[in-house]
Design a binder for this molecule. Structure first.
Ligand code: ADP
Ligand code: MG
Length: 674
């Protein structure tokens, strides 16, 4: 029985991601070859793959221009086609001996000798050998696994597996989608007269069905996990408003409408006896921190502790300092915890957390190490959540009772991405910036005009404002990145002898970093030369100019984040993107997007189109099964339908929903059970 797969083949399959017989069904062709008809040699079109049939009338091994087997094939009409093989086996030579009748499939072109095919696929021809009835699939494969072998197993899977539909008839009809079994069969063995372009572009109804099923499975699994979570138990943290009102009263500003709205959503969630998992999205500078502080206070009002973590020391420390100021009048003193603390201080901090002596712990990943035990953890706040892996979500769950979780992200997640990969979370969006901000002017400047940029920096600083100079990103080497930062610093110090200049990079100790940042914030430094360590969260309202060197090397989200560091005060702000010529196509597209758009969501949506979801998902992707067939940039309508149908099926067709999940997700690691 063909589905008994030998271990050698299994290991090849594993390389292709094929782990079960059903995976074979979903191993879809890259393209097709048409062996269903014969083209006359006279009718061949250069560059268009075709099959010819004829007799070998000449065959010889040539040595010029290089060693090759060259045969002449003559078809019924008498025309001649050259077949050329650079690598050939004696058996091929025999197959292509003079007098043999063969079929050759390949791409004709004008060659050294005349019309020729290089390395055509050849097989014996004859009246008794029928033409193929379906297009021949060409599968993605791996070394040592020839197409015929792969094809054989896929055929076997298609005939032997149960491919009954998992969608109820009524839904199929409403969506006007074809059946599952006929769809996969069509994709593996398309009939001769099919619209091949629709297949290759994945627009054929059979493709739609596969994509829909994939999206539906993803939606179902997200909804199932969401429901499971809403049945687990978490502490009810109801709003007493004694602390939160205190903070609101002390703040030098009033919350924006958008902040009020999301705060309301979060406050309601916390009061429920089930763990919140809410993603708070808001563009850079939209004011997420104060919302996080309010959430923390609502937990503390109920006698529960809060863990607040950020991906970098700079950012975590900034939160620490800010919250310490804000909460001081309320008699709450946060504890600082980071990887770079001395062992003694870390132990002391951990003890204060374990004894319940402190209600709020702020820090980096170190907060999540197993040595830190909370006495009564009620809420976990994660800033820039996309920088953290699913693993870290997991680690926190392990500590005592289940806390509520608030995740924050300044990288806007496009709608389709939020609907698919983040569908297990609730989402709140701050879609309004605090008042009094002036829009940032973005300029694209070629490196050839660097001098002018120097003048701009000088002018801004002389007017009493401050500037950032962001050093180029060097992916390959951290050492090189550091070196570039040091060189840039040295150069700029020479160019601007009259300015007070600081340098911040990843290799500084956290004390040095903090000192530099404090000096910049306090206005002692006028120009800050920095690597991308300042990417997230740094808040200096008086800084109104940002220069990003070699901007073409940076991703869109990163550029948007960096640009968000200016425009935080009342002064008109500018972001200069210095780029090196010539620009690659992708770099040009990126710079154009960042130049034309200021709305983070729009930028993210375009980024998704440009690069696919991988980058945007960041750490999340490591644990998430990626979509293989559907494309979030293009299949947004299908995704909308999948979401609606997922709800309908869970409600009205639970068995079918289960069967669908079983078929599509049986293999996936249970990444969401965190
Ligand atoms: P982000 O969402 O990027 O984390 P922050 O929380 O750092 O933004 O807020 C950016 C700046 O705006 C901070 O200086 C903060 O104190 C200030 N801010 C926040 N909310 C308001 C508001 N409603 N009115 C005025 N300023 C605000
Ligand atoms: Mg922030």
């Amino acid at each position: 029985m063909p589905l008994k797969i030998p271990p050698v083949t299994q290991s090849k399959f594993a390389k292709l991601g094929i782990r079960t017989p059903f995976d074979l069904v979903l191993h879809l062709p890259l393209r097709y070859e048409d062996e269903t008809k014969i083209t006359r040699v006279a009718d061949l079109v250069p560059g268009e793959s075709a099959q010819v049939e004829g007799e070998i009338i000449h065959s010889e091994v040539m040595y010029r221009p290089r060693r090759s087997l060259v045969c002449q094939l003559q078809d019924d009409s008498g025309d001649i086609l050259y077949l050329r093989f650079l690598n050939f086996y004696p058996s091929q030579q025999k197959q292509l001996a003079v007098g043999k009748k063969i079929r050759a499939l390949g791409e004709p072109r004008m060659g050294f000798f005349g019309d020729e095919m290089v390395h055509p696929k050849c097989r014996v021809a004859g009246e008794s050998i029928p033409l193929k009835q379906a297009l021949t699939p060409v599968y993605p494969t791996t070394a040592g696994l020839p197409q015929p072998t792969l094809t054989k197993y896929i055929h076997a899977a298609l005939t032997e597996l149960e491919l009954d539909d998992t969608l109820p008839e009524s839904i199929l009809q409403r969506l006007r989608l074809p059946e599952f079994a006929s769809s996969v069969k069509l994709l593996h063995q398309p009939p001769p007269n099919i619209d091949e372009n629709a297949l290759l572009e994945r627009a054929h109804p059979a493709w739609m069905r596969i994509k829909f099923d994939e999206l539906l499975a993803q939606q179902l699994s997200m909804r199932v996990h969401y429901r499971e979570r809403s049945q687990r138990v978490a502490p009810k943290l109801v709003a007493h408003n004694n602390l939160t009102d205190g903070l609101l009263k002390d703040l030098p500003f009033a919350l924006t409408g958008a902040q009020k709205k999301v705060w309301h959503e979060i406050s309601n969630d916390l009061a429920r006896p089930h763990p919140m998992q809410r993603l708070l999205q808001g563009d850079v500078g939209s004011g997420k921190t104060v919302v996080a502080a309010l959430a923390a206070l609502q937990a503390i009002e109920n006698g529960y502790q809060v863990a607040f973590m950020a991906p970098t020391e700079i950012l975590a420390e900034q939160h620490f300092l800010k919250l310490r100021d804000w909460l001081k009048p309320l008699g709450i003193e946060p504890v600082w915890l980071s990887g770079s603390l001395k062992k003694k201080d870390k132990t002391a901090a951990a003890e204060r957390i374990a004894s319940g002596d402190t209600m709020l712990a702020i820090g980096t990943h170190a907060l999540f190490q197993t040595s830190v035990e909370f006495k009564k953890l009620g809420l976990v706040i994660v800033d820039e959540q996309h920088k953290f892996g699913v693993q870290q979500r997991l680690a926190l769950r392990g500590k005592g009772t289940e806390p509520h979780q608030l995740m924050m992200s300044a990288t806007p997640i496009p709608r389709t991405l939020a609907m698919s990969y983040y569908a297990d979370l609730d989402v709140s969006v701050i879609d309004e910036l605090p008042p009094g901000r002036t829009p940032i002017v973005t300029k694209l400047v070629s490196d050839a005009r660097r001098e002018e940029v120097f003048e701009r920096v000088r002018a801004a600083c002389m007017e009493g404002r401050q500037a950032y100079w962001v050093c180029p990103l060097i992916d390959e080497s951290e050492a090189l990145q550091l070196q570039t930062a040091l060189e840039t610093y040295a150069t700029l110090t020479q160019i601007f002898p009259e300015l007070r200049i600081g340098l911040a990079h990843g290799k500084l100790s956290s004390a040095e970093k903090a000192q530099t940042m404090a000096a910049f914030k306090g206005g002692e430094l006028q120009l800050l030369v920095a690597t991308t360590v300042i990417e997230v969260g740094v808040d200096v309202p008086n800084a109104s100019l940002m220069v990003i060197d070699h901007a073409e090397r940076m991703g869109l989200a990163q550029l948007h984040q960096l640009r968000g560091r200016v425009g935080r005060g009342a002064a008109e702000s500018m972001c200069v993107l210095l780029f090196q010529q010539p620009l690659s196509e992708l770099a040009r597209a990126r710079l154009k997007i960042i130049f034309e758009n200021t709305d983070g969501f729009e930028i993210a949506q375009q980024d998704l189109r440009l690069r696919g979801p991988g980058e945007l998902l960041g750490a999340r992707q490591s644990g998430v099964p990626m979509l293989r067939f559907a494309d979030l940039g293009e299949d947004d309508k299908l995704l909308d339908k999948a979401r609606d149908i997922a709800d309908e099926m869970l409600r009205d067709f639970p068995q079918e929903a289960q069967a669908h999940l079983q078929r599509w997700m049986a293999n996936e690691p249970d990444y969401l059970r965190t």
